[in-house]
Design a binder for this molecule. Sequence first.
Ligand SMILES: Cc1cc2nc3c(=O)[nH]c(=O)nc-3n(C[C@H](O)[C@H](O)[C@H](O)COP(=O)(O)O)c2cc1C
Ligand SMILES: CCCCCCC(=O)C(=O)O
Length: 330
Amino acid sequence: MYYDYFAGGAGDEVTLRANEASLARLALVPRILRGSARRELGVTLLGTRASMPVLVAPTAFHRIAAPDGERATVRAVAAADTIMIVSMASTVAVEDIAAEAPGAKLWFQLYIQPDRGFTEAIIRRAEAAGCTALVITVDSPALGRRERDDRNDFHELPDGMRCENLRIGDAPGDVRQITMSPEISWDHIAWLREITDLPIVLKGVLHREDARLAAEAGVAGLLVSNHGGRQLDTVPATIDVLPEIVDAAGGLPVLMDGGIRRGTDVLKALALGASAVALGRPVVWGLAAEGEQGVKGVLERIRDEVDHALVQCGCASVRDLDRSFVRCHP
Ligand SMILES: Cc1cc2nc3c(=O)[nH]c(=O)nc-3n(C[C@H](O)[C@H](O)[C@H](O)COP(=O)(O)O)c2cc1C
Ligand SMILES: CCCCCCC(=O)C(=O)O
């Protein structure tokens, strides 16, 4: 049941499969004879330095995967010196995640709740915990139809686990439910810009017109995402829309997630204009297999693969990549 929750997607899982399949269809075209002994993998995103262009995407309910849950994840992410986007649906409170690894680089993912006062209170908690950006998930006006969860009747967390960022009191049951609201609009983004100084990233952008509107709305960045194929099934693979979103975004930093499994996938996304990518399920698999060590293993393996793919492509830095490094297989 829990494996299905983490692994699964919406509907027939067409988009879930497409994310990896579209990346696999692209070929890398390396350059030669550009001698350089060392590679620079680091990137600066919205003022936060990450040691590599690979972030940890927000994923819910880590305590289902490992007893320590998000505490183990954040220790591993801090050791890797990259950014963890803490899910609003984490099973450890954002304050406790921050306290577990002082200095960890945290961004906070938010589902805007219909109750603006409650939404604002959550943002204040994220700010006070030291999160340096807000990632607003905008692909969820309703929860995706996840048929694996329906078949397994998985609709509640196990006893003793809650979405701790929605707690409103000390009793075990004093926790609100997350509402995915169809009423969220651009007005809410304007309101968020009024109430917080944190840079805002919109997560779940797939349409180029929305990229243009987002730039107009004054957000700081975009995350091209289809929620790992878990929201509307049959939407495009993220890598397939990335270039047109980059072109429409008016110079905003554009991140991407969905199907990134190898260093070569990271290079393809960067070559097509992403400033960085984020990993969802691979982090959960590392956590479930070996807790903190498992997440460290996933992050160090992908760092090594990015470095190896860069040297093979004749690049000294992730900034050397451009669209000429990628072709679609005939
Ligand atoms: C188990 C699971 C839980 C997720 N929880 C959240 C969440 O709480 N908030 C959110 O914005 N996205 C959530 N996502 C989507 C991820 O942030 C990300 O977009 C996706 O996993 C990337 O695809 P990948 O798993 O192929 O790497 C979740 C994804 C998975 C697999
Ligand atoms: C109604 C609670 C949903 C939790 C959100 C987790 C999530 O985004 C996911 O993809 O699962």
